[in-house]
Ligand binder design. Structure first.
Ligand SMILES: [Zn+2]
Length: 328
């Protein structure tokens, strides 16, 4: 797909979501229509990791930024520290409870903000969920949340043209989409989804989320704390980054739900500071679930258990049998 096509598609999606034509108000949050649901989770996740997403675009010519966009995105990137000074920068409100609050220039918006770095970003929860095929409620995606935040933070650096910011957000979104890996559980269970954002470089930890259409569970932090580097010549190595790839689900009716994948670990010897790339490990994540009243599978947050395995001893978990080796 050429660059223009990618941007055009992103823009159409964004324009539609911003106008509320696609993201109609259908409640959202949890099944009772309140509480933080998958869309809110995506907004928060996008917010907390925005620097990584912006760098991806800023450091690649594939993002196809013109000089003006590049300068603005650079300002948004360097402004992030200032943005995060406002510990309550994100605020979720409902247009239905505050009629007119999200109307700007005659259009209903999914978000609005002020014109200063650190200004509160108000997100319209009425537009975060839509009714999909078969009456399935779908929440705003992570990449759409990223585009929205780029747009809003662009206003903090003097850009007042919403269309310019929609384009800029779409470009960052398309770069992120090129890196995101998604694996679902197949027909009738597409709502069960594993998402990995992996920058594939030393010093970077893969972001790892599982979701069921209503809720997202961010497993990034627990993965980072759980995975260990093997000791090398009896010396302790510390984990400095990890890649997660080739995710696949393993499940049959009545069995626990299991998610498996390959790991590449970036390890460092605490004494010598020698770095090594360690292959040959995999991860198995077990997740508890229940069936809701519409016979949809729903994940049980807090039930996750992890197992780090040596591929050579557990070939069904990994894609390849590669011994832990390959040092540099
Ligand atoms: Zn705007």
């Amino acid at each position: 797909m050429n660059g223009f096509m990618k941007i055009w598609m992103g823009f159409v999606f964004l324009a539609a979501s911003f106008s509320g034509q696609i993201f109609a108000a259908v409640g959202g949050g949890d099944e009772a229509g309140n509480g933080a649901g998958i869309a809110e989770h995506h907004v928060v996740s996008a917010y907390l990791n925005l620097g990584e997403y912006l760098d991806l675009c800023l450091n690649s010519s594939e993002c196809e930024l013109d000089a003006r966009e590049h300068a603005l995105l650079r300002k948004i990137r360097t402004g992030l520290l200032g943005e995060y000074q406002n510990r309550r920068q994100l605020s979720f409100k409902k247009e239905s409870e505050l009629p007119g609050f999200f109307i700007i220039d005659g259009y209903l918006r999914v978000a609005k903000t002020g014109d200063q770095v650190g200004s509160t970003i108000y997100v319209n929860r009425d537009l975060l969920y839509r009714m999909g095929p078969g009456g399935v409620i779908t929440g705003l995606s992570l990449e759409s949340a990223i585009a929205i935040l780029v747009h809003e933070m662009g206003h903090h650096h003097g850009e007042v043209d919403h269309t310019v910011l929609d384009y800029l957000g779409a470009k960052v979104m398309n770069m992120v989409l090129g890196v995101l890996q998604r694996t679902d559980l197949g027909p009738n269970r597409r709502n069960i989804l594993a998402t990995v954002f992996d920058l594939d470089r030393a010093g970077s930890f893969a972001q790892f989320l599982v979701s069921d259409g209503l809720r997202a569970i961010d497993l990034s932090a627990v993965l980072k704390s759980f995975i260990q580097c093997p000791s090398l010549n009896d010396e302790v190595q510390t984990l400095q980054g990890l890649s997660l790839f080739n995710l696949h689900w393993k499940w049959k009716e009545g069995d626990p739900l299991s998610l498996r994948g390959d790991l590449v670990l970036f390890c460092e010897n605490a004494q010598s500071e020698n770095a090594s790339v360690v292959r040959g490990y995999g991860i198995e994540v077990n997740l508890a679930y229940r069936w809701d009243s519409q016979s949809r599978m729903r994940l049980q947050p807090g039930s996750e258990s992890f197992k780090q395995v040596l591929c050579a001893e557990n070939p069904s978990v990994c894609s390849e049998n590669v011994q832990a080796s390959s040092f540099k």
